[in-house]
Design a protein around this ligand. Structure first.
Ligand SMILES: Nc1ncnc2c1ncn2[C@@H]1O[C@H](COP(=O)(O)OP(=O)(O)OP(=O)(O)O)[C@@H](O)[C@H]1O
Length: 321
């Protein structure tokens, strides 16, 4: 379905000469260095998969998505989406994928959302009937009906993200490229977005490539992760394999009403007690969370419990330790 074969992308980064006339001199003789953003990247994604594409800042994730979608030409290597090349078959391919960049909208900033959709509808030659269904379906799933008449620049971030996502689906493409679709959203909006994407993947069988810095997005949506750093793949496997490989502990933070009466735990969990607060580090693969919670609730009256998983940046850092 999606094939990347030894993809490489180099950028020329121009240097400005030093000194008071540096900027002017640079116009006449331009020095540059070559930056390799993506290097020999190969992977295949099958129909109906939802793959998390993760890595630290500057790893090459957006560059990859831009090459897969034809926005950037690779320096070398090939991409095929359902057998079509983004470079050679641009028109045909445009109908096969939708794309969302969480950091910026692809909609017309000053126009009401409805007008943006009208333009996209004309561009993709969506029939009147299919367009009516689109508006109905995405009002039901994403609530776009509430702000169809609002100019895009006046939408809240959560509304704008929903509007962008619906726009990417106006031509009902089988493939979705999503670059940080939940960035900056609050917990409620993130949950809504995740549930929507799950529905798209599981019920509507869309193939999804998702970049995100949010491990919860990945856990909820993806069975497979591709981890990239410095433009190279360092792991392609299940989330479990990634967590096992890294072995970073999960964490429970508990606040008690009074100083807890701590009792020994059965496994090798690490317990840190500070006054009436306790932090427990544990291995998800060994410790049963319900059993652990039953144990710690016998230590005293609980006021609050927070559970956290290691974040992507932490995981990636650990890979290089
Ligand atoms: N147009 C460009 N010109 C020069 N260098 C670029 C260009 N676009 C990206 N780069 C460089 O290529 C590398 C990869 O960038 P890319 O945006 O793909 O990373 P990313 O993994 O998406 O990062 P982030 O998580 O911060 O969005 C970075 O070092 C970046 O500075």
């Amino acid at each position: 379905m999606i094939e990347a074969d030894r993809l490489r992308k180099e950028f020329k980064v121009y240097r400005t000469k030093q000194g008071p006339l540096g900027a002017v001199l640079s116009l006449f003789s331009r020095e540059y260095e070559v930056k390799e953003a993506v290097c020999d990247l190969s992977f295949q994604i099958g129909e109906g998969e939802c793959v998390g594409y993760i890595g630290p800042n500057g790893a090459g994730k957006s560059t990859t998505i831009k090459m897969l979608s034809g926005i950037l030409h690779p320096t070398s290597g090939n991409v095929l989406i359902m057998g079509y090349s983004p470079q050679r078959d641009r028109k045909k391919l445009a109908r096969l994928f939708g794309i969302v960049f969480g950091q910026r909208t692809q909609l017309w900033w000053d126009l009401p959302l409805r007008d943006s959709y009208e333009i996209l509808r004309q561009m993709y030659k969506v029939s009147a009937n299919a367009y009516r269904n689109f508006l109905e379906q995405y009002d039901h799933l994403l609530g776009i009906g509430d702000f169809l008449e609002t100019p895009v620049r006046k939408l809240s971030l959560g509304q704008r993200m929903r509007a962008d996502l619906a726009a990417a689906l106006i031509h009902d493409p089988p493939v979705l490229f999503l670059d940080e679709p939940t960035i900056g959203l609050d917990v409620v909006a993130k949950k809504r977005m995740r549930e929507f994407l799950k529905e798209m993947n599981e019920k509507q069988k869309k193939t999804i490539l998702l970049t995100t810095h949010d491990m919860d997005d990945i856990e909820y949506l993806c069975n497979r992760v591709i981890v990239i750093n410095h433009g190279k793949i360092i792991l392609d496997g299940t989330l479990k394999q990634l967590q096992k490989l890294i072995g970073l502990p999960s964490m429970i933070h508990i606040k008690y009403k009074n100083h807890p009466l701590e009792k020994p735990l059965p496994l090798s969990e690490k317990v840190v007690v500070r006054g009436d607060e306790v932090t427990i580090l544990y291995d998800r693969n060994k410790t049963s969370v319900p059993a652990l919670l039953a144990q710690v609730s016998s230590w005293g009256e609980l006021l609050d419990i927070q559970m956290t998983e290691p974040g992507i940046e932490e995981i990636i850092q650990r890979i290089y330790q």
